[in-house]
Ligand binder design. Structure first.
Ligand SMILES: NC(=O)c1ccc[n+]([C@@H]2O[C@H](COP(=O)([O-])OP(=O)(O)OC[C@H]3O[C@@H](n4cnc5c(N)ncnc54)[C@H](OP(=O)(O)O)[C@@H]3O)[C@@H](O)[C@H]2O)c1
Length: 326
């Protein structure tokens, strides 16, 4: 099979494209013929060796993907060959074949394309976990989504709208703001520090927002926290800007506000797997009912997988990026 292989941590241009042996599934595992793989900032950071956890070299990048099962481990009875599934892990998706635990290979609805399935699990589950279990978002509330045209942010807009909230999207360019509006954001604002808080005050009639969804970090975090309404919740989701901000904690006291962490991996795999399964069921039900209509940013051919990661790192990507593997 063909696979992208990180042999030494570095930029996307250094990732090798090679012919390698297809892996065989062991007990409890299934093998996917990968059809599409999501590309995200996480994948680019892992390949660069800039993520907090470094996989052993060599490895294929790609933390979520979808395809058909083409082999099952000797003891696997839950899955069958030909089944269409989505799967996630830490690495492995930028390859024609990937072996995953059977328990993590989730059947996908007939109406869901492989491209949609490849970008479905991580971003929508993070958003639903954030808004439902961590923020307790109510339908009448207003959400401010930072990095709103990124993969994580764009999914947050869609989920907040399905949950009935009003959404203010923050993004750095006109094209990104137009994309966020197309996804259903009620307002789209720029990220320049001077006008940021005034625009939010203007839109909320001086009240502020109930929930901040923050996958960006850096200087925007404090500005967003200062824009919370009384009893607001600021969801810490990620640090795309590269720096982990610090906050004057008196702001939380003055606003009766909370800074709340959101970590999909710890939630799903370590602490609350049953609740995470319920969330995934909810997302698939919304998809089946047509209430959630996932939007993909750009689909790259397999030959351009490195470009997909470079566009994300250089902040050019708009929406969820997906690589079509087959
Ligand atoms: N907590 C969790 O469970 C969880 C789950 C998934 C991902 N994450 C994290 O969420 C973050 C966002 O991931 P993503 O896939 O949405 O990334 P993405 O698609 O690249 O979007 C990130 C957005 O952040 C903004 N940004 C600001 N400064 C940036 C910089 N220096 N470089 C790149 N982007 C910058 C950009 O928007 P503007 O240009 O509009 O500013 C960009 O659209 C990552 O840190 C990821 O690890 C967390």
């Amino acid at each position: 099979m063909h696979a992208y292989v990180v042999e030494a941590f570095g930029p996307p241009s250094g990732i090798a494209f090679e012919e390698v042996a297809a892996p065989s599934p062991g007990n409890g595992q299934v093998r996917l013929r990968v059809r599409a793989a999501g590309a995200s900032l996480l994948d680019a950071l892992i390949a660069a060796g800039r993520y907090q956890v470094k996989p052993p070299l060599p490895f294929s990048p790609g933390s979520e993907f979808a395809g058909e099962i083409d082999a099952v481990g000797p003891d696997v009875t839950t899955h069958k060959i030909g089944q269409r599934v989505m799967a996630g892990g830490f690495v492995g998706g930028f390859a024609e074949s990937a072996v995953v635990p059977a328990v993590g290979a989730v059947p996908i609805p007939d109406a869901m394309s492989f491209e949609t399935a490849a970008g479905f699990r991580t971003n929508y589950m993070t958003a639903l976990h954030g808004f439902k279990q961590r923020a307790g978002l109510a339908p009448s509330e207003t959400v401010l989504v930072l990095g709103a045209a990124g993969g994580v942010g764009s999914a947050a807009i869609e989920i907040a709208k399905v949950m009935g909230a009003k959404v203010i999207a923050a993004a750095s360019s006109e094209a990104k703001r137009a994309f966020a509006t197309k996804l259903g954001a009620d307002h789209a604002i720029g990220t320049e520090a001077e006008a940021f808080r005034d625009r939010i005050k203007e839109i909320t009639g001086g009240r502020g927002v109930d929930v901040v969804y923050d996958p960006v970090g850096g200087a925007l975090t404090e500005l967003a926290f200062r824009s919370l309404a009384w009893r607001g919740r600021h969801l810490v989701v990620g640090f795309a800007a590269g720096s982990i901000p610090a906050l004057p904690v008196n702001l939380a006291l003055l606003k009766g506000a909370a800074l709340v962490g959101v970590d999909l991996a710890r939630f799903s795999f370590m602490h609350e797997p049953a609740v995470a399964q319920e969330n995934l069921k909810q997302l698939l039900a919304w998809f089946a009912e047509g209430r959630l209509q996932p939007t993909i940013g750009r689909v790259y051919p397999f030959a351009d997988a490195r470009q997909a990661l470079a566009d994300i790192l250089e902040r050019r990507a708009v929406g969820k990026s997906v690589v079509r593997v087959a």
